[in-house]
Design a protein around this ligand. Structure first.
Ligand SMILES: O=C(O)CCC(=O)C(=O)O
Ligand SMILES: [Fe+2]
Length: 364
């Protein structure tokens, strides 16, 4: 454990994948003048209208109250709601999450200020470690891949004792501190939530305790697209390769849509809530009882959108395997090393399939 912590990202995560360098979309928008199809051809997504969008279902996305989960009188009813949200939706909002307002305000402010910095300053953080971390990286593995309408800044957050902040942005000057505080609050929040999720499954909390030991933080900036916003996506349909993902919508601009019963449901930003979703690793662990739902990000014609995703993942060398409730139950997923799963997730060999499809055992 000590050795692993000390080896930091170089010990594992840097082997997960590398992205080809990509032009900043923010810079493209700032310099391009009118956004003609010529200029944005690689961002145009052919299958964007393949499924219906149902905004009338937005209000049905479950809302879980963490304070009710933690108080004796209301816990039982709220646990039932959480179980339903994990099993039937895979996505839910959490209110009264316990992260102090000033921590949320601090990170929101600094993310906005970070993306406002001149491109040369942000480029100093581009592909810092030659892996998935750094500025400007939409994850791209081949030259003919469609591009996503957004810029990112991403960091693996090492355990405090192994943390090297010298490669973290030093501007805005409070940024490092805000990232540390937010990250550590999200870790705490995830720990409470994981214990409650174990309760919904009737399993020993120890079984989920090590499944969110690491964190990959990704700050997303989606510029407006003035000419063909309906043809581009900030993020293509995907499910997260995490155990759980905690999403904070920074400036309350709608964009996230989740896949449900074959249609897309827009998620309304809720300024006091965190959005939580079941990731692929939790789907595998629950043998498919809790589903890692596909989602995508659409683009606003006039307004920029910012968000921060905290992917909670087990240690690189950990094992992920399905837990069974009954002896008769059939195992539906392979047992895999976490690092092996994530290398698959970020690989260019998926040919349009999800990494999860490769983790499924074929039906006999
Ligand atoms: O920006 C968002 O709302 C979603 C981000 C997301 O899905 C991701 O980072 O995996
Ligand atoms: Fe996602």
């Amino acid at each position: 454990m000590e050795a692993e912590a000390a080896s930091g990202s170089a010990g594992g995560w840097s082997k997960v994948g590398t992205s080809l360098p990509v032009t900043s979309v923010q810079a493209l928008v700032a310099s391009a003048g009118e956004l003609t199809v010529d200029k944005i051809g690689r961002y145009i997504q052919p299958d964007i209208d393949a499924h219906a969008v149902l905004p009338e279902l937005s209000d049905e996305v479950p809302v879980i109250d963490l304070s009710k989960l933690l108080s004796a009188e209301s816990a039982e009813a709220e646990i039932a709601k959480l179980r339903f949200a994990c099993a039937e939706w895979g996505f839910f909002q959490v209110v009264n999450h316990g992260i102090p307002d000033e921590v949320i305000m601090g990170i929101k402010q600094d993310i906005q200020n970070f993306f406002r910095l001149p491109l040369e300053v942000k480029n100093e953080y581009a592909q810092r470690l030659g892996d998935l971390q750094g500025y400007g990286q939409v994850f791209v593995v081949s030259d003919d891949q469609k591009l996503e309408w957004g810029d990112r800044f991403a960091l693996f957050i090492e355990p405090p004792q192994a943390r090297d902040m010298s490669y973290w942005p030093s501007q805005p000057h409070t940024f490092r501190n805000c990232i540390e505080q937010y990250s550590s609050e999200v870790m705490k929040f995830t720990r409470s939530l994981a214990i409650l999720i174990a309760k919904t499954l009737d399993v020993d909390p120890e079984l989920v305790g090590d499944k969110h030991a690491s964190q990959f933080l990704r700050m997303n900036y989606y510029p407006p697209c003035t000419s063909t916003p309906e043809k581009v996506l900030g993020l293509s349909p995907h499910s997260d390769g995490s155990f759980l993902t905690i999403l904070l919508e920074v400036n309350s601009v709608q964009g996230l849509q989740i896949r449900r019963h074959g249609a897309w449901i827009p998620v309304k930003p809720h300024c006091d809530a965190l959005l939580v979703n079941v990731g692929d690793l939790l789907e595998i662990m629950t043998n498919g009882k809790y589903k890692s739902i596909e989602h995508r990000v659409t683009i606003n014609p006039h307004k920029e959108r910012l968000s921060i995703s905290a992917f909670q993942i087990p240690n690189y060398d950990g094992i992920i395997s399905p837990m069974l409730e009954t002896a008769e139950q059939k195992i539906l997923y392979k047992t895999m090393k976490v690092g092996e799963y994530l290398r698959l997730y970020f690989s260019n060999k998926l040919e349009g399939k999800r990494a999860l499809d490769y983790a499924k055992l074929s039906e006999i």
